[in-house]
Design a protein. Structure first.
Ligand code: BDR
Ligand code: CA
Length: 326
């Protein structure tokens, strides 16, 4: 039986690849969209385009919030282009978004399912999920877990300390991390282990399907954008890592720790404050185990942070998945 998930996202190139992974290997009950990489309108159209491309128009798309909990939306056109998904030439989608608001979809779906039966995967700002928890606090006990692409155990990307998704809506992230729901944090420290290379891109280019062709065009744009903006020779596949963790938990090794979100820091707003003082030597990328001789020194863990990726296993999953679509 495939794991049931709701995917909350802001496609976005890496979100688009995450949708492809999720739709093949998980039971995606629906996609809620959120303003993030681009406007809500654009990210919703992009989600619909991807579903049509992969032949899954049956997965419903529910637009959620267009703006973060506080302040104005920050977008990332330098990485995702004007449309939020520049690169491939995808036709305007024939399928339409649903009328229901994304937050209502999340709330209603959780309330109507068995407790613990549904996982939330979030690859954009956490605005919708926090709004659902605020509006209907009873759903917290019904969520199996929330797997978040966001934050970092080490350094940020949007600011020295903050990762983009958390930076866009720190209040929402704070609500989610402090909700009591088990959180898996797939942060930048993990996703930086997943920079797709030109050689891997060529392997995708060789897959003779329309989905693989579009994925290669998408990733080609994204790799070039990362090269221009970050100077790295490849593109970080952030969001697909979070979905891969749900598909095959053995791909990512994590450690339990307490994580909260800085809301007030002059230089650190949006930072995920990760307490890993109980790991062996305090190096989150090397020391994966809790040394039982060292006790938790802060609050009890509320999250599992992804620390190490089986990169070969991930790439195999990605290539196999793209080959399975039309
Ligand atoms: C995150 O920010 C977005 O630009 C990506 O889609 C990803 O979710 C990485 O910081
Ligand atoms: Ca995203």
């Amino acid at each position: 039986m495939k794991r049931k998930i709701i995917l909350d996202c802001d496609p976005g190139h890496d979100d688009a690849i995450a949708i492809m992974l999720a739709a093949q290997h998980l039971d995606v009950l629906g996609i809620s969209t959120v303003g993030g990489n681009c406007s809500l309108e654009n990210v919703t159209i992009n989600a619909l385009k991807i579903l049509e491309l992969i032949g899954r128009p049956d997965i419903p798309v529910y637009p959620g919030h267009s703006r973060p909990t506080v302040g104005e939306l920050v977008t990332a056109p330098q990485f995702h282009g004007k449309s939020g998904l520049d690169g491939p030439d995808l036709p305007a989608p024939k399928i339409k978004p649903r009328e229901k608001h994304g937050v209502d979809f999340i709330t209603d779906t959780l309330r109507s399912a068995a407790a613990g039966g549904i996982t939330l995967a979030a690859t954009g700002p956490l605005t919708n999920i926090a709004a659902a928890l605020n509006r209907a606090p009873d759903i917290a006990g019904r969520i199996r877990e929330i797997c978040v692409m966001g934050g970092s155990v080490t350094f940020g990307n949007w600011t020295p300390q903050a990762e983009f998704n958390i930076f866009v809506d720190p209040e929402a992230a704070y609500r989610v991390f402090n909700s009591g729901v088990p959180v898996k944090m797939c942060g930048l420290n993990l996703t930086r282990q997943c920079v797709i290379t030109e050689a891997e891109l060529n392997l995708i280019r060789k897959i003779p399907t329309r989905t693989a062709r579009a994925a290669a065009d998408m990733l080609g744009f994204y790799v070039e954008a990362e090269r221009k903006n970050l100077g790295i020779p490849g593109g970080d596949l952030h969001d697909p890592c979070a979905v891969a963790w749900l598909i095959d938990p053995s791909l990512i090794t994590g450690a339990a720790m307490h994580i909260t979100v800085e809301l007030k820091g002059e230089f650190t707003r949006g930072m995920t404050v990760c307490d890993y003082r109980h790991l062996h030597a305090g190096d989150p990328e090397r020391d994966l185990c809790h040394n039982p001789a060292i006790s938790f020194r802060g609050k009890e863990p509320n999250a599992e942070a992804g620390l190490r990726l089986n990169r070969d296993g991930f790439m195999k999953l990605l290539l196999d998945t793209l080959a399975r679509y039309p």
